[in-house]
Ligand binder design. Structure first.
Ligand SMILES: [Zn+2]
Length: 195
């Protein structure tokens, strides 16, 4: 778990080698401790690592950002790109000990209206998973119908078939008409009675 005795971070020329992520699993929650500079050079690696974890079915993640010395807005987008998927599975991302440039980027992007990044300790962040997310956040991830190119049906967010879809393959539509244009029909399990 996080301690205050972090090794000093030495500022050098940004390179992917500066980025590191450590993982700890506890009480059904995964703690990811981020180190170094989250710049454009590491965005792809960060995306792959976070995607791999969320795609494996883990949806409750605490990001410990105490040792992040820089973050680009592109890397902020990486987190957002997997957040919906985590929330559709009943999870969330909680960011703790966000500071400096990283906090500036989150603030400038207005992400306080979309996610929680004000936790000061793992205990605080863990505790927050017991509180339901604001209804409007949930609605954002739950609106509309979900499918993939390969799926025959479209589904509600509550359907277990949606829980297996990764963000890369997700098709999301606001209206039935939109999905029917793609030749899909309603899932008999989650949308009985709809065509
Ligand atoms: Zn369904």
């Amino acid at each position: 778990m996080a301690t205050i005795h972090d090794p000093p971070i030495h500022l050098v020329t940004p390179s992917p080698a500066n980025f590191r992520m450590e993982r700890t699993d506890r009480d059904g929650v995964t703690l990811l401790r981020l180190y170094g500079e989250l710049d454009h050079l590491v965005a792809e690696e960060l995306r792959e690592q976070v995607a791999q974890i969320v795609d494996s079915g883990i949806s409750k993640i605490i990001f410990d950002c105490a040792s992040v010395v820089y973050m680009s807005s592109g890397c902020a987008g990486v987190f957002l790109s997997k957040l919906d998927q985590a929330r559709r599975r009943g999870g969330d991302f909680k960011f703790m000990r966000v500071q400096g440039r990283m906090r500036e980027v989150f603030d400038v992007l207005g992400l306080g209206t979309l996610m929680h990044y004000d936790f000061n300790s793992p205990e605080e962040a863990l505790q927050a998973f017991k509180t339901p997310l604001p209804q409007e956040w949930l609605e954002m991830t739950q609106e509309g119908f979900f499918s993939t190119a390969a799926m025959e049906h479209y589904h509600l967010h509550t359907c277990e078939e949606v829980h297996t879809i990764t963000d890369d393959e997700l098709l999301r539509c606001d209206s039935e008409a939109e999905l029917e244009l793609s030749g899909k029909t309603a899932c008999p399990k989650c949308l009985p009675g709809m065509r």
